[in-house]
Design a protein around this ligand. Structure first.
Ligand code: VGL
Ligand code: ZN
Length: 198
C-alpha cells in the first residue's frame, strides 16, 4: 500500500480576503503541513482559470454569483471571478508547504468547462491525468484535505472512490462554502460513494 495526501485548492482566493473566500479557509494550513510528513507522496491541486472563464458570473449577461446556468455538460453554479491564471489569488496560501509537493495538478483551464474534481472535469469525462500519475506510482490509498469540502474536495473524493482508490477525507482539515445545503449533500454523497469521513 502506498499512500498519497491530496491537498485540494489551498489558494489565496479561497481564503479570507480572497475572491471566493471560504470561511476559515486559512485555518487548515498548519494542520495540512503537519500531516504531509505521514505520506509517501503529496499532490497539490490548483484551480487555474483563464480570464473570462465560463464558470464566472461576469461571463454571463444578467447573471450574478451563485446563480445557476445550464452548460452543455449539465447545471453549473456561477462564481465570482477567482483563481485567474497568474494572479495572486491563484497562488497557494503563503504558509502552505508547497515545496513538499511531488506533483501539482492544475484544473479548470479550459474556457468552456469547469473542473471541481482533481480527476475529471465537470463533464465527468475529460481526465486531468491524475489517475494515471497515481497508478503509475503504485499509489492505492488517498487522504484528501483542503477547499472547499462541498465542491472540489467532494467531487475529487467521489471520483477517486469510483476509480477504486481507498479514500479518506479529513473533515477537520477541510472547510466548506455551504450554498443551499451543499455541505450536507456532499457529506451524504461522499459516504454513499464509500469515502471514509474522518
Ligand atoms: C471551487 C468553486 C469554484 C473549489 C473551485 O475549490 O471548491 N469551488 N472553483
Ligand atoms: Zn474555480
Amino acid at each position: 500500500m502506498t499512500r498519497a495526501l491530496i491537498v485540494i485548492d489551498v489558494q489565496n482566493d479561497f481564503c479570507p480576503g480572497g475572491a471566493l473566500a471560504v470561511p476559515e479557509g486559512d485555518q487548515i494550513v498548519a494542520g495540512i503541513n503537519a500531516l504531509m510528513a505521514d505520506f509517501e507522496a503529496v499532490v497539490l491541486t490548483q484551480d487555474w482559470h483563464p480570464a473570462g472563464h465560463s464558470s464566472f458570473a461576469s461571463s454571463h449577461e444578467g447573471k450574478g454569483p451563485y446563480d445557476m446556468v445550464e452548460m452543455p455538460y449539465g447545471p453549473q453554479v456561477l462564481w465570482p471571478d477567482h483563481c485567474v491564471q497568474g494572479t495572486d489569488g491563484a497562488n497557494f496560501h503563503a504558509d502552505l508547504n508547497a515545496d513538499r509537493a511531488d506533483m501539482i495538478v492544475r484544473k479548470g483551464y479550459r474556457p468552456a468547462i469547469d473542473s471541481y474534481s482533481a480527476f475529471f472535469e465537470n463533464d465527468q469525462q475529460t481526465p486531468t491525468g491524475l489517475e494515471g500519475y497515481l497508478r503509475t506510482r503504485g499509489i492505492t490509498d488517498l487522504t484528501m484535505v483542503g477547499l472547499a469540502t462541498d465542491f472540489c474536495v467532494n467531487f475529487s473524493a467521489v471520483d477517486a472512490a469510483k476509480l477504486g482508490f481507498k479514500v479518506d477525507v479529513r473533515m477537520d482539515l477541510c472547510r466548506a462554502i455551504d450554498l443551499d445545503g451543499s455541505l450536507a449533500a456532499a457529506t451524504e454523497g461522499m459516504s454513499g460513494a464509500g469515502v471514509k469521513l474522518a
